[in-house]
Design a protein around this ligand. Structure first.
Ligand code: TMP
Ligand code: MG
Length: 178
């Protein structure tokens, strides 16, 4: 089975470098502007993702448009409601399965490196978690992440392989967000 790992933001492209500087608090950007930048960072990969998917490659994507909506909407900025936040990602390839790794902000805060980047405060993480849960529909699987990595891996790989099997059996068209 061909599979590739992608991660968003992809910090290697020009937009990704700007996002990286923003997350590391080296530059300031408007909330609206950085939201668009995260989306552009995904659109840069859209054609490549579509080509890989249509060729039968499974894509494992670490964060996607749903993070874009949850993080930006959690800022509670007037005008940046969920509908506004979703708009720039409309038309990107949609995932066949989505796993939300759930962890309390308290447990997350004990993990290495927490607090270094923008957004890594317990209060904001709580607001983001609420957004994720309100965006969730029955196609999402919520996975308890405050467990050893092997246990999290075993659960996700079982669910993911079942989904890959379903897609490979055919009849699952490539859909667009949203
Ligand atoms: P990560 O590399 O640790 O996943 O960090 C990326 C950070 O950027 C994380 O705090 C989530 C945030 N983010 C957004 O705000 N919007 C997005 O569209 C994405 C993909 C991530
Ligand atoms: Mg991080």
């Amino acid at each position: 089975m061909a599979a590739e790992l992608l991660r968003f933001p992809d910090r290697t492209s020009a937009t990704g470098k700007e996002i990286d500087a923003y997350l590391r608090k080296e530059v300031e950007l408007s909330d609206e502007g950085v939201h668009q930048l995260f989306s552009r960072n995904r659109w840069e990969k859209a054609a490549e993702m579509r080509e890989l998917l249509l060729g039968g490659t499974t894509l494992v994507v670490d964060r996607y448009a749903h993070s874009g909506v949850a993080f930006s909407a959690a800022k509670d900025v007037p005008g940046m409601d969920v509908e506004w936040c979703r708009a720039p990602d409309a038309g990107l390839p949609a995932p066949d399965a989505l796993f939300l790794l759930q962890i309390s902000p308290e447990a997350a805060a004990t993990r290495g490196g927490f607090g270094e980047e923008r957004y890594e405060t317990s209060d904001f993480q709580k607001a983001v978690a609420e957004q994720f849960l309100s965006l969730r529909d029955d196609t999402w699987r919520v996975v308890e992440a405050a467990r050893p990595i092997e246990a999290v891996h075993a659960e996700i790989s079982e669910l993911a392989l079942a989904e890959v099997g379903r897609c490979q059996a055919g009849g699952v068209p490539l859909r667009d967000l949203w």
